[in-house]
Design a protein around this ligand. Sequence first.
Ligand SMILES: [Zn+2]
Length: 143
Amino acid sequence: MLGRLARWLRIMGFNVEYAASSLSDTEIIGKCKREGLFLLTRDKELHGRYSLSLLIKSQDHKEQISQFLSTFSVDEKLLFTRCTECNHLLEKKETADLEGYIPEGVRERFSTVLYCMNCGKYYWEGDHFNKIVEFLRGMGIEA
Ligand SMILES: [Zn+2]
């Protein structure tokens, strides 16, 4: 349930993890401290043990985002710098070098795309991107 919120926060540039059941509380907190991660959790005790955490109550991702943004502020410079899937930082790639890796139409429209070297995902400013920008603006963010 917190995966969707995590993806949105990554779009906004937050280094964010959500509590996975496969790790113990101590392991989760250790990982978050080492990596400077924001932690999303529904566990009150876990929340109490780590200051960069948010105790999520709502089931609705818009309400969850509002709750996050009322506690932590967005740095607009960091928008679209992180992979939504794996949280790794993205890097710019020249589309001229990407023949066969991304659709031809994308290579024609854009001179650069963003690339995650951790999971291999590419990002570009297509229709989906425009919807994301619209959503962020709706949340009061200057995207
Ligand atoms: Zn990735």
